[in-house]
Each structure stands twice: as structure tokens, then as C-alpha cells.
Design a binder for this molecule. Structure first.
Ligand code: 5RP
Length: 218
């Protein structure tokens, strides 16, 4: 079974959390794309979806699923998204696709956050994958210097602008032993929009695709 098969299996298993009626939130990335494709098969059951990126909005539209603005949708029952790393405590590191800020907004507005991933994403300690931090462009150097003081090695993501018109610093060499605290500390740096730690609002359910089926952590 390939890694992509495992992503697909996890995404399919998340369909079980889709109720009847209402609007759901959908994340960004290859695993979230599998979820959009699966959602298309039951699209009659929902009123539409809030997308965490332009790319996901396009995919939803192509599948015939109405894309709803979060401000019009109000609170959401469900958000389904992938992750770059996840722990047994359901703390996540996200933003490899650069959609972290909108992802965090939709997750915050949702009652239940179901994270879907292949088993390789499960780690004991977050931080081997570089931590994305979205930054207002004029604050890029200042924020980078502050992150260096905290022990990180920020690298500007070249040629990339977020859907919000900002830049991303990918922070290497952080061993994230306290994700709740680090998420807060990074957000305190003026000029930071948000960072890719989802610890203060972790996932509620983690569905992992494995070589022998799906495994669910709650
Ligand atoms: C995008 C994300 C994705 O969820 C994360 O990068 C995982 O992607 P994939 O499902 O392609 O492995 O946070 O900003």
C-alpha cells in the first residue's frame, strides 16, 4: 500500500463524521483533496463547504460542492484537514501547503476537527518537519531575528505568497516539547500572522491510514 493509498483510506473514513445538512470546513493538501473527492459522492447531504484555501475552493467547485464564505456560514459542526506531523495528544504541526492561517481560522470555528493523515505523520515530538510561520512581508527580517533568539533557524519560503498576501518562514531545528506554549510565544512576535502549531486548538479525532487499515485516535 502506498502512502497516497493510506491518505485516501484516512480521508474516506472521515466521511463517517459528515452529518446531514449544514456546512462543513475542508482543509488543504493531498489528503484533504482525497476528502473533497470522497465528499463529492455524498454532496447531496450537505449545504456546502468552507474552504481553507483558494486551491481547495477550486477543487470543491469542480466537484459541484457549493463554496460558502465562513462569515455567512457561522459556526461549523465539522472540519476535516490533513497535517504534516501529529502526536498522540492530537497536537498538530501544519502549513506545509502554506494555508495555515485559514486552516487555523476554520478549525477554530468548528465544533469537531477531524485530522486525516497517513501513519508516517505520527511522531513522538513535533518539529522534525520545519514549522511554518506566516508573516506580514515588512516584518519578515524582524520576526526571523526574534525566532533565532528562540533557537530556531528560519528560512524564507522562496517564491511563495500565501492566499492572504503574506510570506512564510519555515523554522528548522525546533524540538517542540511544549507545543501549547511555543504556539503562544510565536504568536506574540509582532508581525506574525500565525504559526503552524495546532496545540491550543488540537484535533479532536486523528484518523491514520496504515498498511492494515485505518486507526483512530481520540
Ligand atoms: C497545508 C497543510 C496540510 O494539511 C499538510 O501540509 C499535509 O499535506 P498532505 O495531506 O499533502 O500530506 O497543513 O497547509
Amino acid at each position: 500500500m502506498t502512502q497516497d493509498d493510506m491518505k485516501k483510506a484516512a480521508a474516506l473514513a472521515a466521511l463517517e463524521y459528515v452529518g446531514s445538512g449544514g456546512v462543513i470546513g475542508v482543509g488543504t493538501g493531498s489528503t484533504a483533496n482525497h476528502f473533497v473527492d470522497a465528499l463529492a459522492t455524498i454532496k447531496g447531504r450537505i449545504d456546502g463547504a468552507v474552504a481553507s484555501s483558494q486551491a481547495t475552493a477550486e477543487r470543491l467547485k469542480k466537484c459541484g460542492i457549493p463554496v460558502i464564505d465562513l462569515n455567512a456560514a457561522g459556526g461549523l459542526k465539522l472540519y476535516v484537514d490533513g497535517a504534516d506531523e501529529a502526536t498522540r495528544h492530537l497536537h498538530l504541526l501544519k502549513g506545509g501547503g502554506g494555508a495555515l492561517t485559514r486552516e487555523k481560522i476554520v478549525a477554530a470555528a468548528s465544533e469537531t476537527f477531524v485530522c486525516v493523515a497517513d501513519e508516517s505523520k505520527l511522531v513522538d515530538v513535533l518539529g522534525r518537519f520545519p514549522l511554518p510561520v506566516e508573516v506580514i512581508p515588512m516584518a519578515r527580517s524582524y520576526v526571523a531575528r526574534e525566532i533565532v533568539k528562540m533557537g530556531g533557524e528560519p528560512v524564507l519560503r522562496q517564491g511563495f505568497t500565501t492566499d492572504n498576501g503574506n510570506v512564510i518562514l519555515d523554522v528548522h531545528n525546533l524540538k517542540i516539547l511544549n507545543p501549547v506554549e511555543l504556539e503562544r510565544m510565536l504568536n506574540q512576535i509582532t508581525g506574525t500572522v500565525t504559526n503552524g502549531l495546532f496545540a491550543n486548538r488540537p484535533a479532536d479525532v486523528l484518523i491514520l491510514g496504515t498498511g492494515t487499515g485505518v486507526r483512530t485516535l481520540k
